[in-house]
Design a protein around this ligand. Sequence first.
Ligand code: SF4
Length: 330
Amino acid sequence: MKSEKRQSNCGATFVKSGDTFRTHFRKIGTSDAICYNNFMECYVCPHRCGADRENGLWGSCGVGITPIVARAHLHLWEEPVISGTKGSGTVFFSGCNLHCVYCQNFDISNKNFGKEISVEHLREIYLNLIKQGAHNINLVTPTHFTEAILQSLSEPLPVPVIWNTSGFETLDTLRRLEGKIQIYLPDLKYADNLAAIKYSNAYDYFRIATNAIKEMYRQTGNYVLDSNGLMQKGVIIRHLLLPGRLEDTKKIIDWIADNFQPGQIMFSLMHQYVPCGRAAEYPELNRTVTQEEYELAELYLMESPVEDGFVQEGDAASPDFIPKWDLTGI
Ligand code: SF4
């Protein structure tokens, strides 16, 4: 069968596998980002592509519904409350519902390197990581595989499960995760919606991501650490400082200060940006963050009411910290 691909105006790629392309319309305006489609099938994330992923009609995430995993290992470089001493049982899913031009995991998020596995095999991977001593199971970029992950978690695990996400989530999908996920680790990438469109192909990102974070907090409540300082439940909001975008970072910190009290959530200001993926096509992003930029962001954070969380050392901005995509643990 001859197939053909088209990119829609909200980023969804539709593959023609029969006689017709499925129709696809996006509402224009800033108040909503709903995608309308006569043949909606996948609504898992805010792109609402309506793609029939089971039958080869892919959406913006670029993958079908069978999970694809690139690596699973004990990760020691997450926040200390996540990595602990033995490591976080990290499972890296391939494909992504965002398309950040600077993505540090470009080979798996955009090129879809990885191996298709069954739900049963996915659960075996969790159990194997737990046997190795994992303090938790850390699902990285999981959103587009929500259905399979829910099946894999039909029986509870003996350690907390982490939803490690871009923050671009629907409330419907998050509500389905309630009780299965103990820790949410969302990015809050941008306050500036135009930057979110330009760099991540995400419409209305700030409203969507902040609503998602409120829902995550509603589910988990205040964060809880055990006697070893390991997180058992809660939310850690991550923000990666981008080159030249300090003002956006300040708005993110302001939003957190305005919406959460000390003791409710944690905040992680990340300093590990290195230009990857297609960053060379965006000269303003094609450099690391300067020490001065990071110190100014850190100073702003320290002077804000946000009290709980982490900052990163400057040596975190190294490609050496990007995992090797070699199917370890799959
Ligand atoms: S999960 Fe993929 S196909 Fe489904 S709405 Fe999101 S980007 Fe589109």
